[in-house]
Design a binder for this molecule. Structure first.
Ligand code: HEC
Length: 148
């Protein structure tokens, strides 16, 4: 990681911590191991999803082979639309039934066997930590509403 990017991510994390009241907010389903998650992301995900979670260029256009490029995991993508449990299963098992039709062809690898469950949770915590506070609050309401 370049030092400029490192400084930027430290600054962003500082802003998010301040917004969230000095405590990283989560929808309560991921671990809080964000630093470990960032390292794992860099090693295992950044190649396709981009070092800054920006996704592949033209990620909405199918490739010549009919497959979709890797979408961004930052707020410009659709990762944040899905509950953590679904993101966890897509990362562990790949984009396979029941989350995709039978025979669906995808370049997203299954990480079962490469990453332990708690490592997958750490990566997802890191991704989640990069979403703006409004998105995280909205997710907390939608996916993990407070008990009535
Ligand atoms: C070899 C390239 C590649 C690597 C490495 C990779 N991905 Fe993906 N990923 C993709 C592609 C391509 C898609 C879109 C698949 C599709 O929809 O057919 C995708 C989709 C996803 C989705 C679904 C997003 C959504 O909104 O539907 C998640 C979650 C995801 N990846 C997480 C990860 C995580 C976490 C890592 C690292 C542990 C990772 N990916 C590593 C290529 C990759």
């Amino acid at each position: 990681m370049s030092s400029a990017r490192f400084l930027r991510s430290v600054t962003l994390a500082g802003v998010l911590f301040a917004v969230a009241g000095c405590k990283p907010q989560s929808d309560g389903q991921t671990s809080a191991d964000v630093p470990n998650g960032e390292q794992l992301y860099t090693v295992h995900c950044a190649n396709c999803h981009g070092p800054s979670l920006e996704g592949e260029p033209d990620w909405r256009q199918r490739k010549a082979n009919g497959r979709l490029p890797a979408p961004p995991h930052d707020a410009s993508g659709h990762t944040w639309h899905h509950p953590i449990d679904m993101l966890f299963r897509m990362t562990r098992d790949g984009i396979v039934p029941p989350l995709a039709p039978d025979g669906y062809q995808s370049d997203m690898p299954a990480f079962a066997g490469t990453l332990a469950d708690n490592e997958i949770r750490a990566v997802l915590s890191y991704i989640e930590s990069r979403w703006p506070a409004e998105i995280r609050q909205m997710r907390a309401q939608r996916f993990n509403p407070p008990a009535p």
